[in-house]
Design a protein around this ligand. Sequence first.
Ligand code: GLU
Ligand code: ZN
Length: 462
Amino acid sequence: MSLPVVTRFAPSPTGALHLGNVRTAFFSYLWARMTGGRFILRIEDTDVDRSEQRFRDALIAELRWLGLDWDEGPDIGGPNAPYSQAERGAFYRGLFAQLEAEGRCYPCYCSAEDLELSRKLQRMAGKPPRYAGTCRSLSRAERAEREARGLRPTLRFAVPADAVIEFVDSVHGPQRFQSDDIGDFIVRRDDGSSSFFFCNAVDDSVMDVTQVLRGDDHLTNTPRQLMVLDALGMRRPGYGHVGLLVGADGAPLSKRHGSTSVNEFRTRGFLSAALLNHLFHLGHTSDAEAWLSVAEMPAHFRPEHLGRAAARFDESQLTHWQKETLAHMSTAEIGSWLGLGDNAELIELVRHNVVLPADAGVWVAAVRGELPPLGDDERRVVEAAGREFFTAAAAATVEAGTDFKQLTKLLKERTGRKGADLFMPLRVALTGQLHGPELAPLFKLIQPEMARRRFELHAQNP
Ligand code: GLU
Ligand code: ZN
């Protein structure tokens, strides 16, 4: 019998929740839900200088907004609590003591300058820079002397010589690394906190995680982490490294591509289901091409179809999924999303012309009567049409009511205008804009009295 699948998301609360991180979190979530396993949220906050409570709060709020849930986590507890690594120091200290007692770790007193100099020398000699092993064989007396000078050591893992580290990556397949290519790495910082290599690996092991999914950028960290687990005699989780998220130009997704954080997309008005449908197809091929609700997705998730290639984030794709999401929403849902209350006619008119809530503004203003002040181009159109045109329009509105076709027919007869000369001034007077939605359905929703007043305004003002 195989173990139940346990996956996790292990963010560092050092910034806004990035789309790339959410993508691996989401795949991990789906993997657990697909199999009836467990999904854990663990906060990796041992780096006290960079971790902030506000980032932690925000990332939890954003995961919730996306509609993800977890079975264990800092906000709900669980059998492996605490789920904040800053609170797990005692556990790590016990393991450090064990490794030190067995000679698998040693204190390193090198300063940042020492290390920089050493790296420089190695580069000059044409070698890849790595820790030179300076402190590995210090005698007891040499250590005592450095302690007496008040130096605060880091703790380094003594990488065994001539070993081979192998594992099967669930995305990349069989992997093989030589220990001799890996320098002794830091497992405990000089402030006593655990480094990523260490706490990330031991926590995945003791929290019974069976499948780690993370970005490609961690692939070369994995042999280090496996050495730590092997030295401690701890169970290895499975690892899978997915291709990174890149922008349209193929470079890692970053600020210069526009929005990159969940919060930015949320603020702009993208719906969580749109984001999740886009992420679902980024570097993952599924049997499902159509829009899915979050609840439907686990059944269509295929961890064996996660890709190695970089996945391209494309906002036009996101827009496509936004439209699909809107198409799956009820009139009432759209109404409350756009803040339109229960005016079903208005909602139905607007919903097909809106991708983001801001797009509804022009419609709502036109119907509710708060037009923005005219811009220069709009003003020119009004002036070109002339006062008599708007006087005629106001009069025709009284006869046409909410029938836009009738209005334009009367105006055509009475002013001789047609095409853009006829429609543009009407559009500007009714909406305040040169571009926008089809006028006939909009006109139906504008009170004839309000339309008449808008025309009158331009009949009087120069
Ligand atoms: N805290 C790490 C990060 O955010 C976790 C990486 C992992 O998933 O193992 O990069
Ligand atoms: Zn050293």
